[in-house]
Design a binder for this molecule. Structure first.
Ligand SMILES: [Zn+2]
Length: 368
């Protein structure tokens, strides 16, 4: 499907210059290591595993890579641990906007669970307002330097807690202040999304948008419940949909009913390749199902999940995929337009970004 101009190599540097769209990025998974150190110092947070910026960054990647759920969760204990004040939330959000813009991301939906930031007495609305203030500040800083980024927020509820309805109400309350939707995150096993049916029904009857983390480590049942019982518009990861796709030894591909439904309805898959490799959901980038799902024309989007823990950016994810699967500029534009089409942003704004930012950004790289 690609008819690229071959002289332009797809390395991280050249990919950084084209417009990109990110739908699945966790605020508490994207801090700068230096900011973690600064904030720990200023709020008296103890227990960080390193005192040097380089070492701390490396520690986050190694701990997330270790294959141990305990050390993976410990990384978030530290980032959330330093994000317990309004000042900290404003700073982290503003820097997320700057870092994404510097990577060439023009639109991002950044998500977090407000209930994780109330340990030192902040109320849920105070958390949301601080993050929105930070995003607005980050957008202003980017614009002042001649750049452009628009951020929307997704509020997550944690599966293992019982606050989904309350968080859904919070998402609707702030829908005109930058909160574009809702998500449910946390451990899939033992916590099916149907536990929170009242929250999803409330969102649907409020005409509000939501995605659900489903089919990351856990299988098809989780994807099926998210779509058919809860009404999820997108799938956070959704990578296990490949369990419903059979390839014969002769190379013939057959889709099961659920995979067919997901593809027919153009349900977006928020795929996060590096993160999947770290958590064991895929053995390597080269063996990641994104190659097959792209070939079968599912509504594939590429995402970072946790930039700090995976040591990745949108550009490095695209570069790794281009190397592993031979994707060209036309493929990167396709992923980017897929993501923009699937965003929880008003239709006219999505069209504007597709026609006036994304397509012109790739035009010189794709032979017509
Ligand atoms: Zn995620």
């Amino acid at each position: 499907m690609s008819s690229d101009i071959p002289s332009q190599s797809l390395d991280v540097e050249s990919i950084r210059r084209v417009p990109k769209v990110l739908l699945h990025d966790h605020l508490d998974g994207g801090l700068r290591p230096g900011t973690v150190l600064d904030l720990a110092d200023s709020i008296g947070y103890r227990g960080l595993p390193a005192t040097d910026v380089g070492e701390l960054g490396q520690w986050f990647r190694d701990a997330a890579d270790s294959g141990s759920l305990e050390s993976y969760l410990e990384t978030f204990a530290h980032t959330c641990g330093v994000m317990q004040t309004e000042e900290a939330l404003v700073r982290v959000a503003a820097e997320a906007a700057e870092d994404l813009a510097a990577d060439g991301v023009v639109y991002a939906e950044v998500r977090y669970a407000p209930e994780l930031f109330v340990e030192r007495g902040l109320s849920l609305p105070a958390v949301v307002e601080a993050v929105q203030e930070g995003f607005a500040e980050g957008e202003r800083r980017v614009a002042a330097k001649g750049g452009r980024i628009h951020l929307s927020t997704l509020l997550c509820a944690m599966r293992q807690h019982a606050r989904a309805y309350e968080i859904a109400e919070l998402a609707v309350r702030y829908r005109d202040n930058g909160v574009a939707g809702f998500d449910i995150a946390g451990p899939e096993a033992g916590f099916p999304p149907t536990r929170n049916l009242d929250a999803f029904e409330y969102l649907r009857t409020s005409n509000a948008h939501f995605t659900i983390h489903a089919g990351e480590a856990f299988g098809l049942a989780s994807i099926w419940e998210a779509i058919q019982h809860c009404g999820a518009e997108r799938l956070g990861h959704g990578v296990r949909i490949v369990d419903d796709i059979k390839t014969s030894p002769g190379g013939e591909v057959q889709l099961g009913r659920l995979a067919n439904y997901v593809r027919d309805r153009r349900i977006p898959l928020e795929l996060c390749p590096s993160s999947n490799v770290q958590t064991g959901a895929a053995p390597s980038i080269a063996e990641h199902p994104i190659g097959l799902l792209t070939r079968l024309r599912f509504r594939v989007t590429v995402n970072t999940d946790n930039r700090l823990m995976s040591g990745c950016t949108m550009s490095s994810e695209f570069a790794a995929l281009a190397e592993a699967f031979g994707f060209g500029w036309a493929d990167l534009q396709w992923f980017t337009i897929n993501a923009m089409k699937s965003a929880f942003l008003d239709f006219d704004k999505r069209l504007d970004i597709i026609n006036n930012v994304i397509k012109p950004g790739y035009a010189d790289l794709i032979a017509s």
